[in-house]
Design a protein around this ligand. Structure first.
Ligand code: GLN
Length: 454
């Protein structure tokens, strides 16, 4: 994999940092253990992985795709990082991402875009475009992403790979640099559903260092993937979300989705149409809640506690240093979100914006509850379109935000969701994803359905 990275990454730019020494040492330790007759630490011992650059690594920079954290090496490992190391998974390096995970194309990285291995003129999705592109380019067999509004599933869909957003609280957020804390969730990216399940099992589970971590057994995701692989979905009730179709969806994506639904039926599932009317308000609610939390979380990058420090010559006031540093340290999208969030939270506007958005969040959660009273999983296209051209949406934030139309409801509700490859669009021959959504703590259902479908 290191050779492959050397060969193709100058073109793909999936990685911001590659650490051959650390990866080879970790692999060597697994080999030495096996030679000494030790049982492997996990099913994935020795299988290398690409880690999104938003998870803290004590031995490598963690930049979050931002200028403000250029060269910053955290003093500790994220819990996800630690669990990977304990499982004997060598970390190849850190992957490119939209700055602080804000974006749908990886074009908001301060270090230049990642290219989609299927077509280098197109985006690999975002914010975790680096992680998914590394899988599609065969630079890594496993990767970790984070999903606040779709950043694991949308890149998975447009690169033809698997991406899972676990139940909120299922995977520790300790050492995951916060964007929107009530939505952020790390999860597995892989080329097959079983690989994703094996990785899910390594990273999931209760962590006392994260106060929102759920103290419950990890859903039996590996067993579910193995069961699903037999291709029998008899007795499973699947709901097709009626609202996720129509204007804005490419015809090729909708045709691929219809074929996918036919296949689920052929595998024995009972398919019904389900209405979730409030899902249409999830996107606008998200773009108030996520920027609000971001404006608070990113206050720590003040050039005093964290982040780039500009004009440190004593000739400026503390306030001026903060202003200059944030002006130069943050890119345009991050600034837009901080301003939006600050506005939405300001007194006089709080109830109208943030308060209303929180009510919509509850309505979206209730739509899920009503749907899951009669079906086991919901399905939809993961994204309305296939990978768009690099530069196509950079001047139009609304067009960019629409990429997450179908993925955001599961984040607002804290539910589990997966994108599984669904072939190529007959319109442009680019990958399409099928999204599967399950209730909180029923992550195993995703793996059963995903493995049966893939
Ligand atoms: N694209 C969405 C955003 O820009 C989601 C990002 C994410 O999931 N991190 O906020």
């Amino acid at each position: 994999h290191l050779d492959r990275i050397g060969e193709v990454d100058p073109r793909v730019h999936a990685f911001l940092h590659v650490d051959a020494g650390t990866a080879l040492a970790a692999a060597g330790a697994v080999d030495a253990g096996l030679a000494a007759g030790d049982a492997p630490a996990s099913a994935l011992a020795g299988v290398p992985l690409a880690l999104k650059d938003v998870l803290a690594t004590s031995d490598a920079p963690t930049t979050c795709g931002s200028r403000t954290l250029e060269g910053w090496v955290p003093p500790y490992d994220a819990t996800v990082t630690r669990r990977l190391r304990e499982a004997g998974v060598p970390i190849l390096g850190k992957t490119n991402m939209d700055e602080f995970a804000m974006g749908s194309s990886t074009e908001n990285s301060a270090y230049g875009p990642t290219r989609n291995p299927w077509d280098p003129t197109r985006i690999p999705g975002g914010s975790g475009g680096g992680s998914s592109a590394s899988l599609a380019a065969f630079e890594a067999p496993l990767a970790i992403g984070t999903d606040t509004g779709g950043s694991i599933r949308q890149p998975g869909a447009v690169t033809g790979t698997v991406g899972v957003k676990p139940t909120y609280g299922g995977v520790s957020r300790y050492g995951l640099v916060a964007f929107s804390s009530s939505l952020d969730q790390a999860g597995p990216c892989a080329r097959t559903v079983l690989d994703a399940a094996l990785l899910h099992e390594v990273i999931a589970g209760h962590d006392p260092l994260d106060s929102t971590s759920i103290d419950a057994p990890v859903p039996p995701v590996v067993a579910a993937a193995r069961e699903g692989a037999h291709g029998d979905l008899k007795g499973l009730r699947v709901g097709v979300v009626k609202e996720f179709a129509g204007t804005g969806y490419q015809a090729g994506v909708l045709r691929s989705f219809e074929t996918a639904v036919d296949q689920l039926r052929a595998l024995g599932a009972e398919v019904v149409e389900v209405s979730c009317p409030n899902f249409l308000y999830a996107l606008p609610a998200y773009y108030l809640i996520a920027p609000s939390e971001c404006s608070s979380n990113l206050a720590r990058f003040d050039a005093m506690r964290y982040g780039l420090r500009v004009a440190d010559d004593g000739a400026h006031s503390a306030e001026e240093v903060m202003q200059l540093s944030r002006e130069q340290g943050f890119g345009a999208e991050v600034k837009r979100r901080v301003m939006l969030g600050t506005y939405a939270l300001s007194s006089g506007y709080y109830d109208a914006y943030y308060g209303s958005a929180q009510k919509v969040r509850t309505l979206v959660t209730r739509d899920f509850e009503a749907a899951f009273a009669s079906v086991d999983v919901l399905v939809s296209p993961t994204t309305p379109t296939t990978a768009f051209e690099i530069g196509e949406r950079t001047d139009d934030p609304m067009a960019m935000y629409l990429a997450d139309l179908c993925t955001i409801p599961s984040n607002l509700a804290g539910n589990a969701a997966m994108s599984v490859p669904s072939g190529l669009s007959d319109e442009d021959n680019l990958p399409v994803g099928l999204q599967i959504m399950a209730p909180a703590l029923a992550d195993d259902r995703l793996y059963r359905v995903g493995a049966a479908y893939e």
